[in-house]
Design a protein around this ligand. Structure first.
Ligand code: BGC
Length: 736
């Protein structure tokens, strides 16, 4: 007999109904995945007449007040006209904890613990521009929810040397990959009605003496390697702001550098947003005002009026030294950011904070970032039903990686460590035991404030780890650096794995032949030893709140790794161009980029130096066969089609990379230059045709004789492959 169903009738009035509707809408929108919106990435022209009319109403004092900080992370609007102030936050891999308005002290709130996104190199290792967009959208949502207007990221400086302390924040050694990832990030942020701040403009590639050093380089290196990302984020994503770097370029501070800020960025690239100084990077009133700086940030005390761009600037205007048009241009730019982030518009997006869908973004990026470097005898993925015991060794199995490294530090709402992630995954199916194996120890510089890791092994901890390794079927050894080793404000002294980890790795890999080494680091390290002794190796980055979950899914095969290295891992530091030429860290407060355009793999490939692992490298649990290459030319474009087959047994994602060599050129060209890539997923047995396209003008070089990009007709070699050193198909084409 059918049971009569009871009916529940709840009576609601209209206002409750409306609230419910809004609430369910909110829940629904927070669950929806964040997809790229079809937006025209332009400053909206409708605001321009409004901005012009506001400008006419402003007094000189009101204008000047807008050009510098009025708090550590705020700059003034115009109260009289109800124009609100701008509020800034770090960036670039999570929204920073709340600080006191007038000091660097944290407020210790219980409401500001944010999502920790995988740091820069991890994002770049996904080689996935859609994920770059989602990253920006995720962090943009949290920035809005925290009522901030400007997110101080992405950090995009080129990785010139592995020892730069901030490499983990940055993306890559390659200008093309850099631009693609940065453009996605900026669009994602700005679609949440938040301004991105692309930093640090420009040529800020080391922390050593960063506030005094002058960078010298050729025009060619500047245009081909160091500027493209700033051009791309300005032209393709209409970045609302850029941050001037601490250092000098050709003897002139970057926040006061007329050549780079006015001539190149604002005039040549058509940048319409604001140049903000790095915190405390302004040194002179007139030079800053005339040198293209729009907003001075980061004074030491609270005497904001006496900032370089405060009353001294007003006086320079009154004295006729700085023209009023220069001030007006800056104010217009600031108003443009205020209007385009919809600060006064009730329809401005509200953002959301640490929601499930933001965690999902962090997870998705983390899982696509992990790079499989080695996998002898298919040791990976591990089978949960076969393995009985695992030793988890290495302090990085439990070390939080969200905190430290100075301004990129994130007070994370949660961070799943590798140990937690693996535990959660295997439950009590597998016996898991942990031994730290090494101990992070530091020493202070005898004179100075820097703290460096000590490279002493701890024999007791090694013995304990070896014992555990012997008793266990499999070892997962979490090695690498941490956020005290890689940090803003100082470079590493070398690329050794710190704290005596080599001794640990050597002993453990001898004790257990099934040792998987997982490197947790943001920048290249010397991994020669594990590359030789461990049968399997993964690179797992500072991989955000979901790091441990993503790693566990890769280790046990729920995720097939698809990350590719965004930088070269050298066999030794001296193999890197800047070091081989003794062009780091510079002498007498100047550093000459003697390697010119030969940065990263451009150096290794042109000079035929064997790296430990090349740029673009990353294995998979499946195999991809590159079958057929066909190239056609049409209207200034080169269209490349590659047939790709997943010839293995599991689905997987492959990044098809296209490198170009100009084989006939009147100037030196690198052996290889990345000009296109695309990431695609294939089921086992699936065959797909992948298309890539290159604009002919992207094959030009920067001609130093006439200071113009020059395309030379002739032969070009098109190389398509799975990494910069694993070219599967190539063809020589002739371009007119
Ligand atoms: C860093 C910037 C950061 C700023 C504000 C500086 O030390 O170089 O990247 O955004 O501080 O915290």
């Amino acid at each position: 007999m059918k049971k009569k169903q009871k009916k529940f009738i709840i009576k609601v009035d209209t206002s409750t109904a409306l609230m419910l509707l809004v609430f369910t809408g909110l829940i629904f929108s927070c669950r929806k995945p964040v997809e790229e919106e079809n937006t025209d990435y332009q400053f909206n022209k409708v605001y321009e007449p409004i901005i012009d009319s506001i400008l006419k109403q402003l007094t000189l004092e009101e204008k000047i007040a807008m050009l510098h900080g009025n708090g550590k992370f705020t700059s003034a609007g115009v109260e009289r006209l109800n124009i609100p102030e701008l509020s800034y936050t770090d960036g670039p891999n999570g929204v920073r904890a709340e600080l006191e308005r007038h000091s660097w002290k944290e407020l210790n709130l219980t409401t500001d613990s944010a999502t920790f996104f995988p740091t820069g190199t991890a994002l770049a290792a996904t080689w996935n521009t859609k994920l770059a967009y989602k990253y920006g959208a995720g962090i943009g949502l949290e920035t809005r929810a925290r009522e901030k207007d400007v997110l101080l990221g992405p950090a995009v400086n080129i990785i010139r040397t592995p020892v730069c302390g901030r490499n983990f924040e940055y993306f890559t050694e390659d200008p093309w990959l850099n631009s693609q990832i940065a453009v996605g990030y900026v669009k994602g942020v700005q679609n949440q009605d938040v301004a991105a701040c692309v930093k640090h403009y420009a040529a800020n590639n080391q922390e050593y003496e960063r506030s005094r050093i002058s960078v010298e380089m050729s025009d060619r290196a500047l245009h081909e390697i160091y500027l493209p990302v700033f051009k791309a984020t300005s032209e393709e994503a209409d970045a609302y702001s850029m941050m001037g770097a601490y250092n000098k370029f050709r003897g002139i501070y970057l926040c006061q550098n007329d050549f780079l800020n006015n001539k190149i960025l604002k005039n040549e690239f058509g940048f319409k947003g604001i140049v903000i100084s790095d915190w405390g990077a302004t040194h002179n009133t007139v030079e800053a005002a005339m040198g293209g700086l729009d907003v001075e940030m980061g004074t030491r005390g609270t005497d904001y009026d006496n900032n370089y761009m405060g009353l001294p600037l007003r006086d320079s205007v009154l004295a006729g030294i700085v023209p009023m048009e220069v001030i007006n241009d800056k104010v217009k730019r600031i108003l443009r950011v205020i209007y385009n982030t919809k600060k006064m518009d009730p329809s401005r997006k509200k953002g959301e904070f640490t929601t499930q869908r933001i965690s999902n973004i962090a997870y998705e990026i983390a899982s696509e970032a992990i790079v499989l470097l080695k996998n002898e005898n298919n040791l990976l993925p591990l089978n949960q039903n076969e393995v009985k015991s695992i030793a988890i060794i290495g302090q990085n199995a439990v070390q939080p990686q969200s905190f430290g490294g100075m301004t990129a530090s994130v007070k994370a709402k949660y961070e799943v460590s590798p140990l937690e992630g693996i535990k959660k995954k295997v439950g009590d199916k597998i016996i898991l035991k942990y031994a730290p194996g090494y101990e992070p120890n530091y020493e202070k510089e005898p004179e100075g404030s820097h703290v460096y890791p000590v490279n002493e092994p701890n024999q007791e901890l090694i013995d304990e780890a070896v014992q555990l390794a012997k008793e266990s079927e499999v070892v997962i050894l979490l090695a690498g650096t941490n956020r005290d080793v890689e940090t803003e404000g100082q470079d590493r002294r070398d690329i050794q794995l710190p704290f005596g980890q080599n001794e640990l790795i050597k002993s453990v890999t001898e004790a257990n032949k099934n040792t998987i080494v997982v490197v947790v680091a943001g920048a290249a390290c010397d991994i020669n030893l594990p590359a030789e002794t461990a049968p399997a190796m993964l690179w797992s980055w500072y991989n955000g709140s979901e790091a441990g979950n993503a790693l566990a899914d890769v280790l046990f095969g729920d995720v097939n790794p698809s990350g590719k290295l965004p930088f070269t891992i050298p066999k030794k530091l001296e193999d890197v161009g800047a070091h081989a030429l003794d062009a780091y860290p510079g002498k007498d407060l100047a550093v000459k980029y003697k390697e010119g355009i030969l940065v990263g793999y451009r150096w290794f490939d042109t000079k035929q130096i064997e790296p430990r692992y090349p740029f673009g490298f990353g294995l998979s649990y499946t195999d991809f066969d590159y079958k057929q290459l066909s190239i056609s030319k049409a209207e200034g474009k080169i269209n490349i089609m590659v047939t790709l087959e997943n010839s293995g047994k599991v689905k997987g994602k492959e990044t098809v990379q296209c490198y170009i060599q100009d084989t006939e050129s009147s100037v030196m060209r690198p052996a290889k230059e990345l000009k296109a890539f695309t990431k695609t997923e294939l089921k086992p047995g699936e065959v797909k045709t992948v298309s890539l396209s290159i604009n002919k003008e992207d094959l030009a070089y920067f001609n130093e004789t006439n200071e113009k990009w020059t395309f030379e007709p002739g032969e070009f070699k098109v190389m398509v492959g799975s990494s910069s050193r694993d070219i599967r198909l190539e063809e020589v084409i002739n371009l007119k």
